[in-house]
Design a binder for this molecule. Structure first.
Ligand code: CDP
Ligand code: MG
Length: 265
């Protein structure tokens, strides 16, 4: 608590001017309106005290929940993981946000962070870096060969083209991102999401139930496969969560009813 020393030497005239100066400063700094002009120093003093009281109270109110939240943060249990899932622009534009969230909730997983963001090019380059090209190319080649189809491209070149298309895709409309926590959540969420190509994704998975796009068609149209959601794998989960959420935006401290039955995460 700050201590305020009242002036002893000042005469009433000086005190009055000082009070008016302070009132003017408060009015400018905090955009406070005094309902009428102060007639004398007592009125001016009353106005200043009241404004300061309101400001201090508002500031103290704003700080309260943050403090409570910090102190209640839980320790992570063994086998409990965090993962990132986001509804991609096609999912958002098709009105599938609710469907996706619902499946995660029903599976007993705990959503500890949630937000809509419109990603920019810089973010997309960081999230889908050029180094991913080879891996994506290899995965695509495997999928083509498994189906007895030719793969006439170099893996890296194919991967680079996919990456560019992918960056265009994720920045084309907002996404809805969530951080999910639960026992072996990374693998569980990938299983709920299904195969990368919706044409191959099993019924019952998000991609299998809500999309039917395929590599061939996407290639023909030089675009990314529209597969409704992104879900982290075990290599990327921690980094990807940090790229989209600050610690303050995560709320692991509440307890879901399912979690209560299993024993808290
Ligand atoms: O998303 P997932 O982890 O299943 O697949 P990925 O191999 O990490 O690729 C990331 C994303 O790139 C996919 O979800 C697709 O949207 C896109 N992609 C594509 O359009 N065509 C490919 N041949 C490979 C990936
Ligand atoms: Mg991936």
């Amino acid at each position: 608590m700050p201590t305020v020393f009242l002036p002893k030497e000042m005469d009433r005239r000086e005190m009055y001017l000082e009070l008016l100066r302070m009132a003017k400063e408060l009015r400018e700094k905090y955009d406070i309106r005094f309902s009428r002009n102060a007639e004398d120093e007592v009125e001016a003093l009353y106005g200043i005290m009241k404004a300061l009281y309101e400001l201090t109270r508002a500031e103290m109110e704003a700080q309260k929940p943050a403090k409570k939240k910090r102190s209640k943060r839980k320790k992570k249990k063994p086998g409990v993981e965090r993962t990132l899932l986001f509804v991609k622009p096609d999912g958002v534009r098709r009105g599938l946000i609710g469907e996706v969230i619902s499946r995660i909730e029903k599976a007993g997983l705990k959503i500890i962070g949630l937000k809509m963001v419109w990603l920019d090019e810089e973010w997309a380059k960081k999230h889908y870096p050029d180094e991913m090209a080879v891996k994506i190319g290899e995965k695509a080649k495997k999928a083509f060969l498994e189906r007895g189809q030719e793969f006439p491209w170099k893996e890296e070149e194919y991967g680079k083209a996919i990456l560019e298309a992918l960056r265009r895709y994720v920045t084309s409309a907002p996404i809805v991102a969530m951080v999910i926590e639960g026992p072996r959540a990374i693998g569980k969420v990938r299983a709920i999401v299904g195969d990368t190509a919706p044409s191959r994704a099993a019924p019952g998975t998000i991609r299998g139930d809500f999309a039917c796009d395929d590599y061939e068609l996407a290639n023909l149209q030089t675009r990314s496969i529209y597969n409704v959601v992104h879900a982290s794998d075990s290599e990327g989960a921690e980094r990807e969560i940090k790229e989209l959420f600050s610690e303050d935006e995560l709320y692991p401290e509440y307890t879901t009813l399912y979690e209560e039955m299993l024993g808290e995460f």
